[in-house]
Design a protein around this ligand. Structure first.
Ligand code: HAM
Length: 457
């Protein structure tokens, strides 16, 4: 049997690969207006970064990382030697830890400087059980703002994410924005203790995993999919009743900014998210219909302690990431289709081989002028060349025949109207030379200009 792509991965074939490029370009454009600049970090980092940054007890780090050791040290390991921390590497399960590491390493936010606003797009890797909307390699677009703790940063970030969804075609009314505050070092420990005490009271009813969570990370129990646990956790203490004054003020301000920007949201005091670095604001955007359980198309929040966690000076941060593949599913659920990648302005067909050299030269000139076009490379019959032109969706077919060429002309057929006209090749070349200065500026309508105006009916 022919080999298949690994489980949980997906090939982006041309239509989708082109859409992914458009998706990233739209993100760069919109987030650029808010001052976000691109950053690229490696797809693998030292495992220790994720352990320290995301948290050892999280599912992402404890169960889902693809971890390797660099080859040289495998031999040492097999010899019974130990592996140096810097040789223990993991594929990135998310982008935040790597970006914060880069900010610290390159001192992108020197003391007193303005915040660093960064965006990224690329593959992330999590060894999860694959299902619809859940892959082992998936693409994220994310932003991180380091160096400012003001609630306006959080609100601005959420607003631009919602603007992005709308720009890409996901209807805002098909989404739900959930927000919460996770508190800070001052108020969260007491809240965690309160949740743990509540869970201990219900230990007999909770699943084994939740009883383990009660010891390690009680807040994670809010994410348990077991219906009994979910029902019990409904009655657990709510973080919003335990926030300190500063966190409450911050949370209220974020909500006020969102309201004043007409962004609809729901408060969800059980929203805890699966990564340990969050402080204060957390949020998630879900699609309300047609996506099953994997309905989160993006999420994030504030992480004011993460820079210190990875060895930097105190630097508050806020960010989010959206899942590209889930956005595609959301578009499908909303009845949208990805436009085909193929575009063909013209096709040059040859009546026989005597005209190939001339035809070849014109195809080049047209491409240099910014048009998208093709000719046959397999000596097909004229009929098959027309079939191919049709399949490619050519707007026009230029037919090179020895008789017309002898008079410096070629026949052009408009493939929509099926009308034909003779065009003067010298005039076509003059017009192409005019386009030539701006190879990417020519619109498809120029094909009409090119052929429509030059021929005699
Ligand atoms: P996250 O919620 O783990 O957050 O992932 C963000 C988004 O990535 C999800 O909402 C979902 O759309 C997509 N996603 C996650 N896992 C998968 C998967 N297995 N298959 C397909 N899509 C998936 C983060 O990653 C944080 N780094 C966000 C952040 C940035 N927080 C602060 N800054």
């Amino acid at each position: 049997m022919a080999l298949q792509a690994p489980e949980g991965t997906r090939d982006l074939l041309p239509d989708e690969a082109k859409f992914w490029t458009h998706f990233k370009a739209t993100a760069t454009d919109i987030f650029g207006r808010y001052g976000y600049l691109p950053i690229e970090t490696p797809v693998f980092e030292q495992t220790e970064l994720f352990v320290r940054g995301i948290g050892e007890a999280t599912d992402v780090v404890s169960k889902e990382m693809f971890t390797a050791i660099s080859g040289q040290n495998l031999a040492t390991l097999l010899d019974g030697g130990s592996i140096k921390a810097k040789s223990r590497l993991s594929l990135r399960p998310e982008g935040t830890a790597g970006v914060v590491r880069a900010v610290v390493q390159h001192d992108l936010v020197p003391q007193g400087a303005q915040p660093a606003k960064l965006m990224y797009a690329g593959p992330m890797f999590r060894a999860e059980r694959p299902q619809k909307g859940r892959q082992r390699q998936f693409n994220q677009v994310g932003i991180e703002c380091l160096g400012a703790e003001e609630p306006s940063v959080d609100a601005e970030g959420i607003i631009m994410l919602m603007r992005f969804y709308a720009a890409i075609g996901i209807p805002v009314q098909a989404t739900r924005l959930l927000v919460n505050s996770m508190g800070c070092d001052a108020c969260r420990p007491a809240y965690r203790d309160a949740v743990k005490a509540y869970m201990d009271e219900h230990a007999d009813e909770l699943c084994d995993e939740c009883n383990r969570r009660a010891e390690l990370n009680p807040l994670r129990a809010f994410d348990c999919k077991n219906p009994t646990c979910a029902a019990i956790m409904e009655g657990a203490p709510k973080i919003t009743d335990h926030l300190c004054d500063d966190c409450r003020e911050h949370y209220e301000a974020v909500k006020t900014y969102l309201t004043s920007a007409d962004i609809a949201f729901e408060e969800d005091p059980t929203l805890v998210r699966g990564l340990d670095y969050y402080t204060r604001t957390v949020f998630e955007v879900q699609v309300t219909e047609g996506m099953g359980s994997q309905n989160a198309i993006g999420g994030g929040g504030r992480y004011d302690k993460l820079a210190e966690e990875v060895g930097g000076r105190p630097t508050p941060g806020f960010g989010w990431a959206l899942g590209y593949e889930r956005c595609v599913l959301a578009l499908e659920a909303a009845g949208q289709t990805i436009p085909p990648a193929q575009r063909c302005d013209f096709f040059v067909a040859c009546v026989d081989d005597s005209v190939r050299a001339e035809a070849f030269s014109l195809v080049q000139a047209m491409r240099d002028a910014g048009l998208t076009g093709e000719m046959d490379h397999q000596h097909r019959s004229l009929k098959s060349q027309f079939k191919l032109a049709d399949k490619l969706g050519a707007v026009a077919v230029v037919v090179f025949g020895p008789d017309e060429l002898a008079t410096g002309k070629a026949k052009v057929r408009n493939m929509q109207t099926h009308t034909e006209r003779l065009v003067d090749l010298a005039a076509v070349r003059t017009l192409l030379a005019r386009f030539g200065g701006d190879p990417y500026g020519v619109e498809a309508t120029s094909v009409d200009e090119l052929f429509g105006n030059l021929g005699d009916e």
